[in-house]
Design a binder for this molecule. Sequence first.
Ligand code: UDP
Ligand code: MG
Length: 319
Amino acid sequence: MDEISKVSKIQPEISIVLPVYNESENIEALYTRLTDAVSALDLQNAGAEFLFVDDGSDDDSGDLISELNRKDPRVRLICLSRNFGHQAAITAGMELSRGDVVVLMDADLQDPPEVLGQMIEKWRAGADVVYAVRQKRKENAFRRFTYFSFYRLLQRIANIDIPLDSGDFCLMDRAVVDEMNRLPERNRFVRGLRSWVGFEQVALPYERHARHSGKAKYNFRKLLQLALNGIFSFSSFPLRLATYLGFLTVLLGLLALVVLVGAYFIAGHFPQGWTSLIVVVLFVGGVQLLILGAIGEYVALIHDEVKQRPNYVVRKIIG
Ligand code: UDP
Ligand code: MG
């Protein structure tokens, strides 16, 4: 390691990427807690940048942030031209960040800035990625259950090892960020890509807080979209499901044949089954639709990739 990178390994310039979508009630508190946490890091002459990505908010989040930028030049603001979604906003922040280490953090204070110190410590000890793993979630039971099941399902069927209960909250070395920025894919499931690039990855347990203020910006549709993206981008299990289910239905059909023919010879009569016919038709029809849907998901992903559209459009950059 040369002299300069050795210095930055101790005193890194740190970029904190904060995706913002209608978070005006949280900006002030977030800024205060962030600056406190960063001063506690004792970065000395090495600096920090607070890279807010305004994902097309229609409240005054953008104004509040440019206000902060006038007081504190460490605050930078990237305004996207419309709402592109959380993953696209993070991607924009990662691509425009300049630090030796990059931290991804939600703007609603669910990811406590106070964890930064521990993250930097693990990075100094040699980790390239420090990903935060939730111990507890202060959310309603339905959400907790769906998140819990999703991560376990994803881990079972994904082609790569995606850690359980870890969201986008993490610290990454510049080398990792550069590699992730090089990945050309459009449907970005950032936490999956982060696992995919490899390097030295270390978990950091933390307690996920409740939202500081306001409502979750992920509605059910967006969450479902994220979950489906995670599954279909990192697993070909749904495609193979067609084969499994196909086998199963053929087996069931054969079994039915044997039973029915057996019934004819043993009991001497053949069931006049309208019901059984309908059940079979519905079942097979359902399986076909399900599989068609899975194939459709992959076609949609391919479609998105071939369009070659950028992940986001920047309207302006302040700072
Ligand atoms: N967010 C965003 N664009 C969106 C939705 C959300 O930039 O379209 C931001 C949001 O402002 C927050 C973070 O992404 O900082 C996480 O969103 P949210 O708190 O709604 O998600 P949850 O915590 O429920 O997963
Ligand atoms: Mg949140």
